[in-house]
Design a protein around this ligand. Structure first.
Ligand code: R5P
Length: 296
């Protein structure tokens, strides 16, 4: 019997099954019931024979439900004697990795404590919002990059004229640098201001030479779409021939997709860390390759 198994959590059934296929390890069967009040009940059948269980569970909205389902599964399976490795393709709360205003709770630190308390021994995520977040974990954590898969997808599917890769803010500069270097294109960073009270974003006007160029905005998350919409308006006014938005985690909350389309974004590409109408890039290979490096 294999010493490893995958639990494809309720938020990441398809992705979990893909990863299990690629690693050729069995899937754990379970029942998941969500009650009318929003509570989740999980039920596993039979004894847990596997020593290591990879729980694949992304924490996109409903964020707290998905996070709590992960905690429930981890608690039970670790109590049954399994070593739990949590694979959290989209790690919620990673943007609150410090106090931006006095009195704010550092949410990611709380998530890290909860994971550890529920028996998680190691965490794997995909493109964590910022590397500083890794430092809030007292168990090993690794952030797999989806950037090579995104570059491969864009290169193979879109024919672009002298593309310019753009980060909407300074925080995303390393990500954009990596994208541009793999793509073999120039890049630049815009400056974004976020009102810490209202959450409203504005990409600052600056002189940029984008005339007749295709622009690819690269960001880790598209949530409300505000950041990309603001950057797109600026780039189109500056003469860009087309603007494409590429992100790792397409949360696309509320009417974000409609908002992005009305702002004139020519294409939106995301990965399946979050299932959505734009999740065209599969991260199962990138995750499976990393899991292969973890010793039994
Ligand atoms: C923030 O720093 C992130 O990198 C994203 O730019 C941000 O989360 C996008 O959010 P929204 O789509 O709501 O502007």
């Amino acid at each position: 019997m294999s010493n490893r198994a995958i639990l494809a959590g309720p938020a990441s059934k398809e992705l979990g099954e893909e990863i299990a296929k690629k690693l050729d390890i069995p899937i754990l069967n379970y029942e998941c019931k969500i009650f009318p009040d929003g509570e989740t009940k999980l039920r596993f059948e039979g004894a847990i024979a596997e020593k290591t269980i990879f729980i694949i569970q992304s924490t996109y909205p409903p964020t707290d439900t998905h996070l709590f389902q992960l905690l429930l599964a981890s608690h039970y399976l670790s109590q049954e004697g399994a070593k739990i490795i949590a694979v959290i393709p989209y790690l919620a709360y990673a943007r609150q990795d410090k106090q931006f205003l006095p009195g704010e709770v550092v949410s990611l630190s709380v998530v890290s404590h909860l994971l550890r308390a529920s028996g998680v021994k190691r965490v794997i995520t995909v493109d964590i919002h910022s590397p500083e977040g890794l430092g809030l974990f007292s168990i090993p954590i690794y952030s797999v990059s989806a950037i090579p898969s995104l570059v491969y997808y864009v290169r193979s599917n879109l024919s672009l004229n002298n593309p310019l890769i753009v980060s909407p803010d300074f925080g995303g500069s390393k990500r954009v640098e990596a994208f541009a270097s793999l793509y073999g294109a120039e890049y630049l960073q815009l400056a974004k201001k976020r009102d810490r009270i209202t959450g409203e974003v504005q990409v600052e006007r600056s002189k940029i030479a984008v005339n007749n160029r295709d622009v690819i905005i690269v960001d880790d998350i598209i949530s409300t779409g505000g950041t990309v919409v603001s950057a797109c308006q600026l780039l189109k006014e500056a003469g860009a021939s087309s603007v494409i938005a590429v992100c790792v985690h397409p949360l696309l909350v509320g009417d974000a997709l409609k908002r992005l389309r009305s702002a004139g974004i020519d294409d939106i590409i995301g990965t399946n860390t979050v299932p959505s109408p734009v999740s065209r890039v599969d991260v199962s290979d990138a995750i499976a390759s990393h899991l292969k490096t973890i010793e039994e």
